[in-house]
Write a protein that binds this ligand. Structure first.
Ligand code: ZN
Length: 166
């Protein structure tokens, strides 16, 4: 089966910063003790640069794709900072500068990076942590399958075998 919109790609990936020193390791990797990813193509679930590189691949393909910010997480906006009340932060999270925290907002979960901690407020960088970075993905297609009717209706994949409920 050839991957295209409406098919589910099962894959492992590692992502590194293209400008990082060699040997500094991936920023994130599904190969480090995590299950492979299952993603329904054509529904905006992947950044455009990765989604585009999936088309035409098949089980067993392994490839490297370089993604500029425009096809990734967008450019970094230096003005995108904010000051938020501490109560917005999950109580169990130990706040420290540079730490990435996921906040629940009305628009859904949002990743922010802590800049500075005050007594009642926290200054944050609202850019996605990978914004403005050129990324290199190392992707291996483990399987390619048709989407189930439920997956098409929901607009996302239901795990590797298509039967995880959510
Ligand atoms: Zn679902």
């Amino acid at each position: 089966m050839i991957l295209e919109d409406g098919k589910v790609a099962i894959f492992h990936y590692s992502v590194s910063d293209a400008d990082a020193e060699t040997g500094s390791g991936p920023i994130e990797s599904s190969r480090e003790g995590k299950s492979p990813q299952a993603v329904l193509l054509g529904r905006g679930q992947l950044i455009p640069g990765v989604e585009g590189a999936m088309a035409g691949r098949t089980k067993g393909d392994r490839f490297i794709v370089r993604v500029e910010p425009e096809q990734g997480y967008g450019p970094r906006d230096p003005a995108a900072t904010g000051r938020l009340p501490k109560k917005y932060f999950p109580p169990k999270v130990r706040l420290q500068p540079g730490k990435t925290v996921v906040l629940s907002t009305r628009e859904g979960p949002r990743q922010v990076t802590v800049l500075k901690i005050g007594s009642s407020v926290v200054d944050v960088d609202l850019n996605h942590p990978l914004a403005g970075r050129t990324l290199v993905f190392d992707i291996e297609i483990l399987d390619a399958r048709d989407a189930t009717a439920d997956e098409i209706e929901h607009g996302h994949a239901h795990g590797v075998d298509g039967h995880a409920a959510h």
